[in-house]
Design a protein around this ligand. Structure first.
Ligand SMILES: Cc1ncc(COP(=O)(O)O)c(C=O)c1O
Length: 363
């Protein structure tokens, strides 16, 4: 099977550090857990960064930080993984889905403008499949309305727009280190901000609500444990050193697929010239007349692991029941996109050949 993604890390690369951590007995909150947020802050340009156990817990923390409650509305990109809006539901608030562009798959400016009401307390912009396109314009709109912007950059570590990295655009940003991401620790996440007030609150909230006073913990607030253990932090640090190389290799694979598949009628996810797209997912819409699900089945039967792009959130059963049925670009994308295998030694020629065979009718 040609896998969709493979981790960019192996045992040989980390065995010394692994031994060191296990022998030290310091399995949490040690030197790797301290270095990781510093390195993420350095890489993204954000002033502050905090480890979390996942992007979901990072987003949940963002909602906590912004004090989202039952009277509030939070506008969320409609094309994403359900975690992006589940964190709004967790607060008892109303998720308002903003439709996305059929080209970039990201939230459209006019959708955001139209959905802002006096109840809007925050906006969650998703960098769909790693794509940062349009995030700065969305941030300008948010600022104009005095609404904080949370960037769901779960897929977007290493992506940038106009020279600014995701993590340093918006009021709060969240990342994931799930195995579908370019840098992984199995599970893991990060929250970044350049707002000192948010950072101060995060430091307390992420430490069970405690501050250190005279060598003791003083619980000044309620808080949580979303800490990421030493081994996971070490793994992420190792991969961060390689991130720029990983991204350039993935861009090269995407270019290969684009050159080969565009003539067959596939259209790649678009991104603006002034952006670096980290290519967390390499996604195309299928040619008109092609049944996407049959193509995915054919690929799987021919040992190629491919999946659909991502979900239309407003069409998920829970959201549809609560907020009603809508026909959006996001729904069209959910049903017409394919995400292809991508990593340094992927057998890209085989992937293209299997797709071409399918299109030519050898079904
Ligand atoms: C856009 C987006 N947000 C949030 C998440 C949740 O990330 P995690 O699995 O780290 O909680 C994902 C997961 O794939 C995602 O794609």
């Amino acid at each position: 099977m040609i896998r969709l993604i493979k981790p960019y890390i192996n045992f040989e690369e980390i065995k010394e550090e692994l031994k060191e951590i296990l022998d030290s007995g310091i399995l949490t909150s040690g030197k790797y857990a301290k270095s990781l947020p510093k390195e993420i802050a350095r890489y993204t340009g954000a002033e502050y960064a905090f480890n979390t156990t996942s992007a979901t817990t990072a987003l949940s923390m963002a909602m906590e930080l912004l004090d989202i409650g039952p009277q509030d509305e939070v506008i969320v990109s409609d094309f994403s993984f359900p975690a992006s809006s589940n964190v709004v539901e967790q607060r008892g608030a109303k998720a308002v889905f903003a439709d996305v562009s059929l080209k970039t798959y990201n939230m459209k400016n006019e959708e955001l403008e139209n959905k802002i009401t006096k109840h809007t307390k925050a906006v969650i912009f998703v960098c769909a499949l790693g794509n940062p396109t349009g995030v700065q314009e969305i941030w300008s709109i948010c600022r104009r309305h005095g609404i904080p912007l949370v960037v769901d950059g779960a897929c977007a570590l290493g992506s940038s727009e106009k020279g600014i990295q995701i993590g340093n655009i918006g009021d709060i940003s969240c990342f994931s280190f799930h195995p579908r991401k370019l840098v992984t620790s199995g599970e893991g996440g990060m929250i970044t901000t350049s707002n000192p007030e948010y950072a101060q609150k995060l430091a307390i909230k992420l430490n069970h609500g405690a501050v250190a006073e005279n060598g003791k913990l003083c619980f000044v607030d309620y808080g949580f444990n979303y800490r990421l253990p030493e081994i996971q932090c070490m793994m992420i640090l190792k991969q961060l050193e390689q991130l720029d190389k990983i991204i350039s290799e993935r861009i090269a694979t995407r270019e290969y697929y684009k050159n080969e598949l565009t003539p067959l009628g596939f259209e790649p996810q678009a991104y603006a010239k002034e952006c670096t797209h980290n290519m967390q997912s390499v996604v195309f819409t299928v040619p008109s007349g092609v049944d996407r699900d049959s193509l995915l089945k054919y690929l799987r039967n021919h040992e190629v692991e491919a999946v659909f792009g991502t979900y239309c959130l407003s069409n998920c059963v829970y959201n549809k029941k609560k907020y009603g049925d809508v026909q959006t670009n996001a729904l069209w994308l959910q049903n017409h996109t394919v995400c292809l295998p991508c990593y340094h030694d992927v057998e890209q020629e085989t992937v293209v050949k299997v797709i071409a065979d399918y299109i030519k009718g050898d079904r």
